[in-house]
Ligand binder design. Structure first.
Ligand SMILES: *Cc1c(COP(=O)(O)O)cnc(C)c1O
Length: 408
């Protein structure tokens, strides 16, 4: 359906703007929702329908021949508001939302790449994206080439005439290291290859990869964009032609991973407070990163806005709420510390109101009993602890972390 971005009753609020470009927060609250089209409801209604009726067979024919609104796998009014709003906030022409971040990755790769094609990725990625590129894609004859993109010139040797896409995260999960979007995009484009960036750790409130040259942006909406830990979701944002293809093939018949309209509603609600939340996540995470850096039990801390990280400051407005650190007491120290925490929750996931902490090497050890080939991701040590700093009072979080570190 072309045009899910140009259709009918959802206006872009240019009538509110008096001809000037509205700010990020105003757009996060109003963009692509016209109350007049929905009985003047102030909040977008949730449309629970699986299909759409037609006045006539001819109207049905017309819709089918234009990729129109036939069925709820590819079209829902609530979901369309979310797609248009996210696209607008990222500076993209069009958007597509799906059930999870992993569904977004699957939809992207299985739509754009075919047997014999090659995918270049950064050597550290979210753990399930690693599973997909190591175990999933080779089964379909797609070759994955992992490289260290912290040195963008490594692309020159990695890209061949079969390369269809360069894919990376920044900040990188779970290291919270930064890759230079503009430098990577420039090299990849010089070799005629498109670039997709997983911007989940930053959200569009802090970083908009398309402004730095990326072609496609991926989000796990489960994290900061929804922000409340109560639904899963994923999104792809980019040019209208690619997004049309991702909807028409990737979503319609490859993954069928349609987001529920109720989840779209929740994510629209979370999105309204995104930049307020990101400010607090960022300020608290920076304070915690500084506390940890000065703590005698802590061996290292990685946080984008600790001094000296100049690439982060070039492409992000703040450092977000994710940090990684290791203790001098290593693997065992991390386990002891996690067990002593009383306020911070031991859980995977991130970007919630609640602070969440996770020790990848412990989860790995447990998983190895059911999957012998499970291994730590490149660059992730046995000591690494990942902390998603929530919206609690930072003094309470610091007190909890300090008391947990005391014995170490
Ligand atoms: C969580 C996460 C994903 C996967 O998203 P889900 O919504 O959990 O499927 C992808 N990329 C990054 C960076 C993530 O943190």
């Amino acid at each position: 359906m072309t045009g899910s971005n140009q259709q009918g009753n959802l206006q872009d609020h240019s009538d509110l703007s008096h001809g000037v470009c509205l700010g990020f927060d105003t757009r996060a609250i109003h963009h692509a929702f016209d109350p007049a089209a929905f009985s003047r409801a102030v909040q977008p209604p949730v449309f629970l329908t699986s299909t759409y009726g037609f006045e006539s067979v001819a109207a049905n024919d017309a819709a089918a021949s234009h990729g129109g609104r036939l069925y709820a796998r590819e079209y829902n009014p609530t979901t369309e508001i979310l797609e248009q709003r996210l696209a607008n906030l990222e500076g993209a022409e069009a958007g597509l939302v799906v059930t999870t971040g992993m569904a977004a990755f699957g939809t992207l790769i299985l739509s754009l790449l075919s047997q014999g094609d090659e995918l270049v990725v950064h050597n550290t990625l979210y753990s399930n994206t690693v599973a997909m590129v190591e175990q999933g894609l080779p089964r379909f004859g797609i070759k994955v080439v992992p490289v260290d993109l912290s040195e963008p010139s490594n692309l020159d040797a990695a890209i061949t005439d079969k390369t269809k896409l360069v894919y990376f995260e920044t900040p990188v999960n779970p290291l919270s290291t930064i890759l230079d979007i503009a430098a990577i995009a420039e090299r990849a484009h010089g070799l005629n290859v498109k670039v997709a960036v997983d911007s989940t750790f930053a959200s569009p409130a802090l970083q908009r990869p398309i402004e730095h040259g990326a072609d496609i942006v991926l989000h796990s909406l489960t994290k900061y964009i929804n922000g409340h830990g109560d639904t899963l979701g994923g999104a792809l944002l980019g040019d209208a032609e690619t997004l049309h293809m991702l909807r028409e093939t990737g979503l319609r018949y490859i993954t069928g991973a349609t987001l529920s309209p109720h989840s779209a509603f929740l994510i629209l609600r979370g999105l309204k407070t995104l930049s307020l939340r990101m400010e607090r996540h960022s300020a608290s995470a920076l304070a915690i990163a500084r506390m940890l850096e000065a703590h005698p039990a802590v061996a290292w801390v990685s946080y984008p806005f600790l001094e000296s990280r100049s690439i982060a400051r070039k492409q992000m407005t703040q450092g977000s709420g994710m940090l990684a650190f290791g203790l001098h007491s290593g693997f065992e120290g991390a386990r002891t510390m996690l067990d002593r925490l009383q306020l911070v929750t031991r859980a995977v996931s991130l970007g919630d109101t609640d602070s969440l902490i996770y020790h990848p090497a412990s989860i790995l050890r447990a998983r190895q009993s059911i999957r012998k080939d499970a291994h730590l991701i490149e660059g992730v040590g046995e000591d690494l602890v990942r902390l998603s700093v929530g919206l609690e009072d930072v003094s309470d979080l610091i007190a909890d972390l300090r008391q947990a570190l005391q014995v170490l």
